[in-house]
Design a protein around this ligand. Structure first.
Ligand code: NCD
Length: 315
């Protein structure tokens, strides 16, 4: 039996296979319940704080939806201008304060390591909703759940990750969870945006197949799942470098139909131009279902870290 009560969620690397499977099972259970009723009362009386120091649509709104569908309430901010951060307050002081109000804190911040810093000063569980070019573990969990739902199983699949693998935090967390399922990974990126060696090293050390290429079509031909990502404009110090690299990979419907019509197409969103709009109508374009899955997975996480799952409380 797993126990995430009181735990921080900071990195994709922190999970065991048992925990990953349990989180996905629970997400599926919440999905089934919400098909019968719009909301549950499992987290009645609990408060989630969403502290978003960086733009977000899906992560913040799906956390808030998850909390409210479980009967809980939400406080927070979605930009810093209206907060005391604009007066120069430190992250630690902001967190110490919010920790007095809320039972669980979800944070997004432009600095790598900010969620961990927050977790060090907060008594309540802290969930990393993205720390700069670092990690985005809850996205990795919903991606994993999406693969399971779309493909039926995860073990042994070939997953191609394409785009900005250097700055993209979703893929940094993603590879840490895929390794439990012995997936074959094909990393597709321009040379300047390759996945950092320190992210890949633990996978290679585990003997997992990790291939690198710059050729999207070659990877697509072999993939069960193609995970596209946005070039992370906001992380570039040199705008000319972004201009040079943007548009590196553009997936078109023609390409999918010619090379691999059955591939499952995913994207954490927002997309800029890396998936042409005519791909959306394909039945295997999974990215909006993927966004929906974020609600169920975050429901599971909130219920687990608040200790509301387990003998005598719920299933
Ligand atoms: C991603 C993020 O913020 O890292 N978005 C998300 O959470 N769904 C991906 C991105 O911004 O490109």
């Amino acid at each position: 039996m797993i126990n995430l009560k009181g735990k921080d969620i900071l990195s994709g690397a922190q999970f065991s296979r048992e925990e990953l499977d349990r989180i996905m099972d629970l997400a599926g259970e919440f999905r089934a319940r919400l098909e019968r009723t719009p909301s549950l009362d499992l987290l009645n009386g609990y408060i989630l704080a969403t502290l978003f120091f960086e733009p977000s649509t899906r992560t913040r709104l799906s956390f808030e939806t998850a909390m409210q569908r479980l009967g809980g309430r939400v406080i927070g901010f979605s930009s810093v201008e209206s907060t005391s951060v604009a007066k120069g307050e430190s992250l630690a002081d902001t967190i110490r304060t919010v920790d007095q109000y809320a039972d669980v804190i979800a944070i997004r911040h432009p600095r790598i390591g900010a969620a961990r810093e927050a977790a060090e000063v907060a008594e309540h569980p802290v969930i990393n909703g993205g720390d700069g070019a670092g990690e985005h573990p809850t996205q990795a969990l919903l991606d994993l759940y999406t693969i399971r739902r779309e493909r039926g199983e995860i073990d042994g699949l070939t997953i191609a990750l394409s785009g900005d693998l250097k700055y993209g935090r979703t893929v940094h967390s993603g590879v840490q969870v895929y390794r439990h399922y012995r997936c074959r990974l094909i990393l597709v990126a321009p040379d300047a945006l390759r996945m950092p060696e320190e992210v890949i090293a633990p996978l290679r050390a585990q003997g997992l197949p990790v291939e690198e290429t710059t050729d999207l079509e070659a990877a697509l031909a072999q993939a069960d799942v193609l995970y596209m990502t946005r070039i992370q404009k906001e992380r570039f110090s040199d705008p000319a470098e972004y201009e040079r690299l943007k548009g590196s990979y553009i997936l078109t419907r023609e390409m999918v139909e010619r090379v691999n019509p059955r591939v499952t197409i995913m994207h954490p969103l927002p997309r800029v131009d890396e998936i042409a709009p005519d791909v959306d109508a394909l039945p295997n374009a999974a990215y909006f279902r993927q966004a929906r899955n974020g609600v169920y997975v975050r429901m599971a996480l909130l219920a687990l870290v608040l200790g509301r799952i387990g003998a005598g409380v719920w299933v």
